[in-house]
Design a protein around this ligand. Structure first.
Ligand code: GDP
Ligand code: ZN
Length: 453
């Protein structure tokens, strides 16, 4: 994507709002050199920290601090950038921003600096998204994954796939244009099918890793259901008390639905305990049941807690029947200290089950491993990069196009239609990075071709 240069200059507080030791105000755009001259009396040497007075229209000092100037295009946004590090006082920051506006800047909207970085080819779209994800990350593991995305870990793999697709497209198109050369049918010689299969495999592997990245970004929302006294609250407390768990009470939880946020080995979990909903003769029970249903509908998965000593009772089965059929369920068979069963994974009534004792923590290693496996993570692996649902959807569309393309090739022997599906797959992938580089690359590849000369 070529830089559609912005013609205005934006300014914003880049550090956290409020009182602090230092406040960083960032200015980006073509007017930066002029603004610097009028604000601090000179244009600083690029990339060198300098002490300066930030002055108002009368030359009086608003604040003094460190300035850093980055000349375009060697800056975060690709534009001229000025960073003003003043005192962390909201009053001084307001005054400084007002002065910058007076000098021709306007206040930046959310994400505008990153947006300019993207438009100026400094970042791919997924890298720009990773900045927001790194800032918002709820765990160390998700923050590190976001930083890896920012460093281009995801974008590079997507771009490698786009390139492989482009080359296959070129090859396919050449095969269409020059069929039966030397009595060889390019479409049927297995080369195209083999390359298509390799790209499909790589795409599937990338999809699996992206799903982990998305899992660690978004976490899992789990609703705990079960009959009274099976140990729902104990399970929640045990999960929350694990050494690796960080527990945050969410203010404003309703009286009868408890939300608990924690992270297990870096995987953010929201546990929704509907405890009490069915244990009460309270007249509000009907409302409680309605809320429980709504919670189940919004969940990624249900943990149905049962008493392992009693096994899967009719009442448990009745609860299972109330869960929508498309919702994943894990049965947590609790109180194995009483039943005498061994801890760990099982199936019960055809469902995935894990046997535990909330009272002493037996089986919780297996339970947390199971929860991590729900987002595709085995063992202590960390996600290779962060990903969003939009990325997964794009990868799925690309995979679909490849599958259709394969069918066009082997069933219909229709090279043109295969090439069209390859183009669709490329476009889907290009949406992830926001770089529609495929046509440039096509030109590059074609120019090195001597076919048809
Ligand atoms: P809830 O009503 O489903 O939330 O169940 P609670 O967590 O309140 O537990 C009900 C009772 O079962 C309490 O007395 C707990 O101490 C007990 N309990 C919970 N987990 C276990 C367990 O693993 N083993 C044993 N022996 N008792 C447990
Ligand atoms: Zn309870």
């Amino acid at each position: 994507m070529s830089g559609a240069a912005a013609n205005d200059t934006i300014a914003a507080l880049a550090s956290a709002a409020g009182q602090a030791g230092v406040a960083v105000v960032r200015v980006s755009g073509p007017a930066v050199p002029e603004i610097a001259k009028r604000l601090i009396g000179r244009l600083p040497v690029p990339r060198r920290a300098e002490l300066a007075r930030f002055t108002d229209a009368d030359g009086a000092t608003i604040d003094q601090g460190v300035v850093l100037y980055f000349a375009a295009p060697a800056s975060f946004t690709g534009e001229h950038v000025l960073e003003l590090q003043g005192h962390g006082s909201p009053v001084l920051v307001d005054e400084l921003l007002a002065r910058l506006v007076e000098l021709g800047a306007r206040l930046a909207g959310p994400g505008e600096f990153s947006q300019r970085a993207f438009l100026n080819d400094k970042l791919s779209l997924d890298q720009a998204e990773a900045i927001a994800d790194a800032i918002a990350a709820g765990s160390r593991v998700s923050a590190r994954a976001a930083i890896r995305s920012l460093e281009g870990a995801f974008a590079r793999e997507v771009e490698a796939l786009v390139e492989a697709l482009t080359r296959l497209r070129v090859y396919t198109e050449a095969a269409i244009d020059f069929p039966d050369e030397d009595d060889v049918d390019f479409l049927a010689d297995g080369e195209i099918e083999g390359r298509l299969a390799a790209i499909t495999r790589d795409l599937q592997a990338l999809r699996a890793r992206a799903a982990q990245g998305a899992g660690f970004r978004d976490g899992l929302r789990l609703v705990i259901l079960g009959r009274p006294n099976v140990g729902k609250s104990s399970l929640l407390n045990r999960l929350a008390r694990r050494e690796t768990a960080i527990v945050t009470e969410i203010a404003g939880t309703t009286r009868d639905v408890l939300h608990e946020q924690l992270s297990i080995d870096g995987l953010p979990l929201t546990l929704v305990d509907t405890a009490g909903l069915r244990e009460t003769d309270d007249p509000v029970e009907a409302e409680g049941v309605r809320r429980a249903r709504a919670e189940v509908a919004a969940a990624d998965r249900v943990l149905l807690v049962i008493d392992d000593q009693a096994g899967l009772t009719d009442a448990d089965r009745a609860l299972l029947d109330e869960i929508p059929p498309d919702m994943g369920v894990t049965i947590v068979a609790n109180k194995i200290d009483l039943s005498g069963h061994a801890p760990g994974p099982e199936t019960l009534g055809g469902r995935t089950a894990v046997r535990v004792a909330a009272i002493d923590g037996r089986g919780f290693e297996e339970l947390t491993a199971h929860l991590k496996s729900l987002v595709g993570v085995e063992g202590d692996a960390e996600p290779a990069f962060v990903a969003r649902r939009r990325h997964l959807a794009a990868l799925d569309r690309a995979a679909e196009a490849l599958a259709t393309g394969h069918e066009r090739l082997v069933v219909d022997a229709a090279g043109e239609l295969l090439a069209e599906e390859l183009r669709l797959a490329q476009n889907a992938l290009a949406e992830i990075t926001g770089r529609v580089s495929s046509d440039d690359l096509l030109g590059e590849i074609f120019s090195s071709f001597c076919i048809g000369k």
